[in-house]
Each structure stands twice: as structure tokens, then as C-alpha cells.
Write a protein that binds this ligand. Sequence first.
Ligand SMILES: [Fe+2]
Ligand SMILES: [Fe+2]
Length: 173
Amino acid sequence: MEDKLLKISLNAEVEKALNDQIKTEAHASSTYLAMSTWCGEHGYDFSASFFAKQAEEERAHMLKLFKYVNDRGGQAISPEITNIKADFHSFRDLFEQTLKMEIHVTQLFNDMAEKCIKLKDFVTFQFIQWFLQEQVQEEYVARRILDLFDVIGEEGRGCWEIDKQVEKVKYQG
Ligand SMILES: [Fe+2]
Ligand SMILES: [Fe+2]
């Protein structure tokens, strides 16, 4: 057995999936920062801080994955992030994009869970359960905020009222 194999307890395919996810989380973090800027520019200050906080959370997700890959003897790759969307159609568009992005991330973790089972990496399977739970919360918050657009409406002062409510949306797990 090569020395290298003794150090790595991670399947190469799983390692690749985890590194892809590191990149996805970093991309999400940068996207939320861009959304925060858009909100600030348009006078939605509560949402600007909401998205800045989301950006920090996505970075924390990235670091959690990063540490795990290195701890298992793999090589976590520092991601290069490009193509960050910076212009959005409307205030509502930001939250629609958010929900789409979070649903996509959930799907990626589901695919990873399937891969872990197929390759019998039950440790990584268990590790990513935390992320799947986190996705329940993130999708819930995005859906509830989108509900605000329907309930309050975007006419007149509607968007300013929605902005004030955004940070109050919490998931009671
Ligand atoms: Fe995340
Ligand atoms: Fe997220």
C-alpha cells in the first residue's frame, strides 16, 4: 500500500463532491454579499443586513466542509469564485433567486448523501446530515419571506414594510 493511501481515508469521488460543495458555498456567500449591496443601494437596509448575515453563514458552511476534508486526510481546495450576479430585476427577485439557490443546494446534498451510501462512506453521510437539516431552515425562511410579498403586496409602501419584516422571519424547528 502506498503511503498516500494510508493518510487518506476519503474516497476520491466523495472528496471531489465535497470540494465542489466548498465552491458552491463560497459562491453562495459571494452572491448573498452582492444581494446585500443591491438592497443597500435601493434603501432596503434590513434586507441588506439579512443578506450580509446569510453571506457569513454560507462562509461558515464552506469552512466546516473545508475542515472536514482536511481532517479526513483529503485536500480541501481554496475555491476561485467568478460570475457573481450583481443586478437583479426587483426586490422580490432577490428572494426568488435565494429560494432557487437553496433548493439547488439541498439537491446537491441529497446527491452527495446518495453517493456516500453507494460508496459506503457512512461517516461523510452522517457529517452531511447537519447540512440537510440546515437546508430545511434556509428553504423555510426564503419561502416565508416570499409569502410576505403576497400578503403585504409590493404597491406603495409595501416593499418598505416587507423589508422591515424580513429579519423577523425565523424557523422554529
Ligand atoms: Fe450553505
Ligand atoms: Fe444556504
